[in-house]
Write a protein that binds this ligand. Structure first.
Ligand code: NAD
Length: 354
């Protein structure tokens, strides 16, 4: 049976589990709020369903509660940070707040964050920068399991490496493009698998490299102990973007790239991120930028609507609509995720529910 509940009691429940797993009240609140916002935004893959994995990662030592990011290089507009395996929702916030302050001071900031535990929705960080009038670019790699196959390959070689671009638009909601470079996010396969659903053809290959629609091939080990893989989006172009995210988010940040076989026992998810923030006001193009960006976004949406569509949406709109809808109607947690959350709480000695 699925459960439907509003954001506040869900956040409170998650906070209690995370505190039982060793986080301070402040850290647990920050992580829980971030995860619930992902659910509210329509991205259940990056919402509270991640908590059982986080708890396992804490217990195995791959995720360190109450860690903070350490500055390893500070040259003003160039910042390098080490997340020290802390909660990505916390060290990521610390890192983006520093980068925003530097961009406001100098006009731009290039920031790398290495060894953050799962950063969750990358769009969250772009939203914070865009709210300050900044343009934000993020390239991220994922070290957990090589779940995405290269274009032309038959097994997983890297993660779902997300890319995110946030651009403020004068007088209207921002452009917020935030996506995994796999055809779909790995977390969405977990959600589909938990719901017993099949996924669209062209999304997955099985452990033998054959096309399949069963999301279980990337969620649970298959008969030979191996996993299947997700395909990159956009064929070789998406594969190229995924490699760029690995090279920039993983290598340039010093966080590390993926180049080893899977160890299914390891539960930690480690992200490396390159972030570039630009202040259009300091670039001297603010007036033209504001006018041209707004005019273009309006133009794109003013065209005729294709059959089967309600209209053209600009990136960021689906998330804003989902937030309005789910704030009202509540968040649905499927039975499997619910059970996993209860079990995660019990593992760390918390037996309560919402
Ligand atoms: P997705 O496929 O839902 O695409 C999301 C992007 O496309 C958003 O910018 C959205 O506004 C836009 N979009 C969606 N429908 C649209 C439409 N009809 N018209 C115009 N634009 C539209 O997202 P995804 O690839 O499943 O990624 C989900 C989340 O997972 C992201 O927040 C991403 O950062 C996160 N992620 C995180 C990690 C990590 O390791 N931390 C890894 C992979 C993905």
């Amino acid at each position: 049976m699925e459960h439907r509940l509003h954001a506040a009691p869900l956040q409170d429940w998650i906070q209690r589990i995370l505190q039982a797993a060793g986080s301070s009240a402040t850290e647990a609140r920050t992580v829980a709020a971030n995860l619930v916002l992902a659910n509210l935004s329509g991205h259940d893959s990056h919402g509270v369903g991640m908590v059982p994995r986080y708890v396992d990662a804490v217990l195995e030592g791959g995720l360190v509660p109450n860690a903070t990011a350490r500055v390893t290089t500070d040259l003003g507009t160039l910042l390098a940070l080490d997340g020290q395996r802390g909660y990505g929702q916390v060290v990521g916030l610390q890192a983006i707040e520093m980068a925003i302050a530097r961009a406001q001071q100098h006009g731009s900031c290039i920031m790398t964050l290495a060894q953050a535990h799962h950063l969750g929705r990358i769009g969250h960080f772009a939203e914070l920068a865009v709210a300050q009038g900044l343009v934000a670019l993020h390239f991220v790699n994922v070290q957990s399991r090589p779940v995405v196959a290269p274009w032309g390959g038959a097994d997983g070689r890297f993660g779902t490496n997300p890319c995110c671009i946030g651009i403020p638009l004068e007088g209207r909601a921002p452009f917020l493009l935030d996506f995994a470079t796999s055809r779909v996010a790995q977390g969405k396969m977990r959600v589909a698998h938990n719901k017993g659903e099949q996924v669209a053809p062209g999304t997955l290959i099985d452990e033998h490299g054959r096309p399949t629609t069963d999301p279980g091939v990337v969620v649970v080990p298959q008969s030979n102990g191996l996993f299947g893989a997700l395909m990159p989006f956009g064929e070789y172009k998406g594969f190229g973007m995924a490699m760029a995210c690995e090279l920039l988010g993983g290598a340039l940040s010093g966080s590390g790239t993926w180049h080893r076989p899977t160890d299914p026992a390891v539960r930690a998810v480690v992200n490396g991120m390159l972030t570039i923030l630009i202040d259009p006001a300091r670039l001297g193009t603010q007036a033209a930028f504001a006018q041209e960006a707004r005019a273009f976004a309006d133009w794109v949406q003013d065209g005729p609507v294709a059959p089967g569509f309600e209209g053209v949406q600009v990136a960021g709109e689906p998330e804003r609509r989902a937030r309005a809808r789910r704030a009202e109607s509540g968040i649905v947690i499927d039975a499997q995720t619910w059970q996993e959350l209860r079990d995660a709480g019990r593992k760390v000695g918390y037996d309560g529910g919402p």
